[in-house]
Design a binder for this molecule. Structure first.
Ligand code: FEO
Length: 161
């Protein structure tokens, strides 16, 4: 059996990953609305990845004989100032998620829950990539500044993801 505290943390993380998916889908919708189709595409794929993360935790909890408890998913915001504001928020959100994964890992180690530790290692690695991807986009947007041409080029590039 999985320790109760870990079961609670995984259930909370299923909700957090679902929320991430919702947030990125809302950002994608904002970009589509402004015909930034490449950014919309990137964010939509990211929303799908977050859903896959939620299901990875879901399957793991099932396999360990835990009880899945699905809570309400909070409504994400729906408006942003501009494209850089969106990606700054993506980066900040990923940093927050990394903190949650690290707290889970610390609990798994404390509880000597080795199976959860091994499962969480995948997420620790994943978060390094998630943060790197977001911070690279933020850095590129900072270089571009207010130049619409540069923004258009990045939109085209991210549309190829
Ligand atoms: Fe599920 Fe973007 O971390």
């Amino acid at each position: 059996m999985i320790p109760t505290k870990m079961e609670d943390l995984i259930n909370a993380q299923i909700n957090a990953e679902m929320y991430s998916s919702y947030l990125y889908l809302s950002m994608s919708a904002w970009c589509s609305d402004k015909t930034w189709n490449g950014f919309a595409h990137w964010l939509r794929l990211q929303a799908q990845e977050e859903l896959a993360h939620a299901m990875k935790f879901y399957d793991y909890l099932n396999e360990r004989g835990g009880t899945i408890k699905l809570a309400a998913i909070a409504a994400p915001k729906a408006d942003w100032k501009d494209i850089p504001a969106i990606f700054r928020e993506v980066y900040a959100h990923e940093q927050k998620v990394t903190g949650m994964i690290n707290a889970m890992m610390a609990e798994a180690i404390k509880q000597k829950d080795y199976a959860s530790e091994i499962m969480l290692q995948w997420f620790v690695t994943e978060q390094v990539e998630e943060e790197a991807n977001a911070s690279e986009i933020v850095a590129t947007l900072e270089k571009i500044g207010p130049a619409t041409g540069g923004l258009y080029h990045l939109d085209q590039q991210l549309g190829k993801r």
